[in-house]
Write a protein that binds this ligand. Structure first.
Ligand SMILES: Cc1cc2nc3c(=O)[nH]c(=O)nc-3n(C[C@H](O)[C@H](O)[C@H](O)COP(=O)(O)OP(=O)(O)OC[C@H]3O[C@@H](n4cnc5c(N)ncnc54)[C@H](O)[C@@H]3O)c2cc1C
Length: 408
């Protein structure tokens, strides 16, 4: 309840797909909505790999939450994340990966020792789900097309891209047919696939991998990227501890059919941090759970009991492999190769948040797909100034003098 006028208050933690769709469902509802997010933007995570590999700028895959919700009367708040093998979940992660990938070619160019040069030209990705496959394809395309004629000492196309996964095939959830097509396309691109391989150790030299027969192999790779999924944010554990809710191995909170925490009908958990019947952590689940939560609240505001359990409608999945090649699975329909890419294009144009971002992305794709141009290659080599995290207090003058500028 809001103390001043007895209006009810809904607090939404996180302005991702779930939070945004819940806020949209509550537009014009007679309730005060407070949206808390550690970032100021809503991020379209499915295109982070294009930001990391220079096709799209961060501004084209993110939209200010304030601008998106300007017609709602809503408010805000904050948090953070990674080292040897950065994951990819935030814009910061994508920019770190952009710096690591483009930076690796620069360092390889100036390396005089052939082994060292090859180490910098070796990229290892852990996880052959959509993110791993998309990044692997993009790094090979970058090396064989965009950067092909830009260096004097190295041949960028010599770059090795190693893709590791504990499963039997890349993109296994897409089914055997699409998975096999994806694997063949990756082969053609020159991505070295190591299936049935589990990463056991990652350090500054590369990574060690255990094969099915138990043998361990070390691969020298200056760039190791983690694309095998990330744990739920700390806020999920805080909520579970406060409410006694159960969490699965990934930290996701187990909820009932109405998305509420057992014993706490006033708290609903949606999207990636929710575990309901092991639904996957995908955008559609987040959007549909967000909408359901908003709808349930609207009914309850009218004094009705909302008995309808949440039901998920699987609208399919898509993964981009390379220019003109993608795999898409929608119900019984499956598309691969060029038809898959066309469907992928329309899905992403349709779902990218904000009209300006859609228009900007289409323009960037036009140049990237027709002329191999990647205009978003800028990366910084140092953090500017002394503040590493905008939410932390700046250091005192004494510690600033001792520490100086922070390299990242
Ligand atoms: C690289 C990548 C590629 C993907 N590709 C696809 C794809 O092709 N298709 C697909 O369907 N799905 C894809 N996904 C999954 C999809 O993006 C997620 O399922 C979806 O974003 C989940 O939405 P959400 O709202 O639950 O969480 P998120 O979108 O992660 O939003 C969570 C929000 O909470 C905020 N937050 C976190 N912690 C705190 C805190 N302590 N306090 C305040 N705010 C906080 C974050 O800043 C963020 O804005 C991909 C994900 C990634 C990372």
């Amino acid at each position: 309840m809001n103390d001043q006028d007895n209006r009810r208050r809904v607090v939404i933690i996180g302005g991702g797909f779930a939070g945004l769709f819940a806020a949209r469902a509550l537009r014009r509802a007679p309730v005060d909505v407070t949206l808390l997010d550690r970032a100021e933007h809503h991020l379209f995570q499915p295109l982070l790999y294009q930001c990391a590999t220079g096709i799209l700028s961060e501004g084209k895959i993110a939209a200010s939450l304030r601008a998106l919700l300007r017609k709602h009367r809503t408010y805000f708040g904050h948090d953070e994340f990674a080292i040897y093998a950065p994951g990819m979940k935030t814009i910061e992660d994508a920019l770190v990966i952009r710096r690591r990938v483009f930076g690796a070619f620069e360092i390889a160019e100036s390396a005089t020792d052939p082994a060292e040069r090859q180490r910098w030209l070796t990229f290892a990705l852990v996880g052959a789900g959509p993110t791993g496959v998309e990044l692997a394809g993009q790094i090979r395309e970058l090396a064989t097309k965009t950067l092909r004629e830009e260096y004097r000492h190295i041949k960028p196309e010599d770059a090795r891209v190693l893709l590791f996964d504990g499963g039997a095939a890349p993109l296994a959830p897409f089914g055997p047919k699409l998975s096999a097509k994806a694997s063949a396309t990756l082969d053609k691109l020159g991505v070295e696939q190591h299936m049935h391989s589990i990463a056991t150790q990652i350090d500054g030299t590369g990574l060690s991998v255990r094969a099915q027969d138990g043998t361990e192999t070390h691969y020298d790779a200056a760039t190791v990227l983690w694309t095998a999924g990330v744990a739920a944010p700390a806020v999920a554990t805080a909520i579970a501890q406060a409410t006694g809710a159960k969490q699965d191995r990934a930290g996701r909170i187990e909820v009932g059919p109405d998305l509420s925490i057992p014993g706490h009908p006033e708290i609903m958990v949606t999207g990636d941090v929710m575990n309901l019947n092991k639904l996957p952590g995908v955008a559609e689940v987040a959007m549909q759970t967000g909408l359901y939560a908003g709808r349930r609240i609207r009914h309850e505001l009218r004094g009705e009991v909302y008995k309808k359990p949440f039901r998920y409608y699987d609208l399919g999945s898509a993964a981009y492999l390379s220019r003109g090649r993608a795999v898409v699975s929608v119900g019984k329909l499956q598309f691969a190769g060029f038809p898959g890419w066309v469907v992928w294009l329309f899905i992403h144009i349709g779902f990218l948040t904000g009209y300006r971002n859609r228009f900007g992305a289409v323009l960037s794709w036009w140049f990237a797909f027709t002329r191999d141009l990647r205009r978003e290659r800028t990366y910084t080599t140092k953090q500017v100034g002394i503040v590493g995290n905008v939410y932390e207090e700046p250091p005192t003058s004494a510690s600033a003098a001792a520490g100086g500028e922070q390299a990242t």
